[in-house]
Design a protein around this ligand. Structure first.
Ligand code: GDP
Ligand code: GDP
Length: 469
């Protein structure tokens, strides 16, 4: 299964990435997530040693060899801690990158601190991953992880596949995407605040084209990429099924994350159905903007809405392309009725987003396709938008006057303070007295006004309420 380009780095299958951490933090779960679907096709490499599992793994366009330590800690003979230390040091010596996992639900334990101590000497190659962060139970552990002296922890859930795009970003600092020709200089300039405008332009927009089978995803990709298509990745589709496609749109770099449509050809039929849902989800998670392709003849089917729903849940920016408009009869009133119905269904299904851009296209003859990328970039810019805190709070005062929050327990609920803590997607914290009493209606009112007043259509907006200290 080797191919010539595997030799580009130290390993036979890209750089080596080791997973370390005390028992039970989720190392095997992460290992399986990153190698699992490939292993169905390519067998596990016979372990170099009995206690370290090694397998080719992939995350988006990054290929690497993953080393796992699951099971080694139970092998007898030596004191547990001595074995751990020995392995950890070996991992630091032989791997290009070390993923250090902690269990955010359990918080930082003394053994985690011991690991951190061994790892700090070479902190430059360590990525700190706070696993089990789904839901809220991991918040405390995540905060504690900052104290380990290994940089910003990545909130992650190996079990639920959350945090994959942050992990991808962190790994991309050490691993070159396939193939080698491109250099991604983005990380240098990126602060905790997220990318500036200039940086945004430098970084390729990660685009996913998703939708149910046969809506025309592959046709659209070919249309978008056109002559400039750079189809890459090792020839043998069976060992590496991610295909990297990159092109320019008005001087901006666009990288297709993946598409089920293209992958399908390299897949074994029997695994198709189950794999394609997982593929779609992974693709969505790794993308910045997702174009959900619908078929004009029967749009807004359950499956379409499900895919759009995943995009929103994952916090990605959403654009809808209604394809095959060439097949619609030239009946304008019927068409506009169908359009309105689609919009209504979207608004009814997804309270979190409004005014999702919808672009009618024909991937086959190209009609309307030139309006798709402008919509993609526009939504991308909104997804990256940051509302300054003073402005936000002036606005909050206004809202409080305009539409006073309800009374609760005999007192009026106060909206104290609001700040945007994150972009991609816009995420806000609202400090409010009696948060549990504010109610969904009021929150929806605020989110709707936030969207309208600050120009945030088409992207999921997240607001978390907090009690003032
Ligand atoms: P290892 O000993 O470090 O290899 O840990 P495992 O991968 O065997 O996981 C230990 C336990 O944690 C198992 O019960 C997993 O199902 C669970 N686990 C792994 N990842 C997560 C996660 O992201 N969230 C939660 N809640 N549990 C997880
Ligand atoms: P995918 O499964 O979503 O990747 O869909 P494909 O791109 O393979 O397209 C499925 C079928 O729909 C093919 O027969 C295409 O030729 C056809 N198709 C794709 N786009 C259009 C379009 O805009 N108009 C028409 N009439 N057919 C299309």
């Amino acid at each position: 299964m080797r191919s010539a380009d595997d030799d580009r780095s130290s390993g036979r299958d890209g750089p080596r990435v080791a997973i370390v951490g005390r028992p039970n933090v989720g190392k095997s779960t992460l290992f399986n997530r990153l190698v699992g679907r490939r292993r169905a096709i390519v067998d596990d490499t016979p372990g170099v040693t009995r206690d370290v599992r090694e397998a080719p793994a992939q995350l988006g366009d990054l290929a690497f060899t993953l080393l796992d330590t699951a099971g080694w800690e139970t092998a007898g003979g030596e004191a547990l801690e001595a074995r751990m230390r020995r392995f950890t040091e070996r991992a630091i010596d032989t791997a290009e990158v070390v993923l250090f996992l902690i269990d955010a639900r359990a918080g930082v334990l003394p053994l985690d601190e011991a690991f951190a101590g061994w790892l700090r000497k070479r902190a430059g190659k360590v990525i700190l991953v706070a696993n089990k962060c789904e839901g809220r139970a991991g918040q405390q552990g995540l905060a504690e992880a900052h104290g380990l002296g290994l940089g910003e922890p990545i909130p992650f859930s190996a079990e639920h596949g959350e945090g994959l795009s942050d992990l991808h970003e962190a790994l991309a600092r050490y691993i070159e995407p396939m193939p080698e020709e491109e250099d991604d200089e983005f990380e240098d300039g990126e602060g905790a605040e997220g990318p500036s405008e200039a940086e945004l332009a430098k970084r390729p927009l990660l685009l996913a084209i998703v939708g149910r089978p046969n809506v025309g995803k592959s046709t659209l990709v070919n249309r978008l990429v056109g002559e400039e298509r750079v189809l890459t990745g090792p020839e043998a589709g069976i060992t590496r099924d991610a295909i990297r496609v990159e092109w320019q749109w008005k001087g901006r770099q666009v990288r297709l994350v993946d598409t089920a449509g293209m992958r399908r050809r390299s897949r074994i039929e029997a695994k198709l159905e189950a794999a394609s849902v997982a593929d779609t989800l992974d693709t969505i998670r790794l993308a910045d903007v997702c174009v959900v392709v619908l078929d004009a003849a029967n749009m807004a089917e359950k499956q379409d809405l499900a895919v759009a729903g995943w995009v929103i849940e994952e916090g990605r920016a959403l654009v809808i392309a209604v394809n095959k408009t060439d097949l619609l009869a030239d009946d304008r009133s019927a068409a506009s009725k169908a359009w309105r119905k689609l919009r209504d269904r979207l608004e009814a299904s997804f309270a979190q987003v409004k005014d999702v851009p919808i672009v009618g296209i024909s991937a086959l003859n190209g009609r309307g396709v030139d309006r798709l990328m402008p919509a993609v970039f526009e939504t991308y810019a909104i997804w990256n938008k940051r509302v300054p805190t003073p402005k936000l709070n002036r606005w909050l005062r206004e809202m409080e006057t305009l539409h006073p929050p309800p009374l609760a327990n005999g007192r009026r609920i106060r909206l104290r303070f609001m700040t945007q803590i994150k972009i991609r997607p816009p995420t806000f914290i609202l400090s409010v007295s009696q948060p549990e009493e504010l109610g969904d209606d009021y929150l929806r009112f605020l989110i709707n006004r936030l969207r309208d007043d600050f120009g945030l259509p088409g992207v999921p907006i997240r607001v978390t309420m907090r009690k003032p200290k």
